[in-house]
Design a protein. Sequence first.
Length: 126
Amino acid sequence: MRVSTRALIAAGVLVALVLAGVVSFYASSAPDGLERVAHDHGFADSADRHAASDGPLADYRTRGVEDDRLSGGLAGVAGALIVLVLAGGLVLLVRRRPSSGSGTGVGSAPSSGSGTSAGSRTGRTS
């Protein structure tokens, strides 16, 4: 049984959104690695506010949503969507496209009169 590329991508996006929206609530509330090091070495309180600290998704929460579970889930879904859109856009920008009219694109058979054999591409002659 073959699975289409679109179905595979849709399933992957669905899994990512469910993980970001639901499972993220159960993540550890302990400080992450950088925060832990800052606390262990005593300079956590000297940190300045950064430019994104007042952003709509700061501290893994959605501004304006009071319920912690919903706030974290929405922030996770929004973050996952942003990453998926950026990654998808990057894939579309760098994917291989067949040259127009050359017939040598990915998945096409080489033309019979090209004069190029597998041996000559590798530097060997037959």
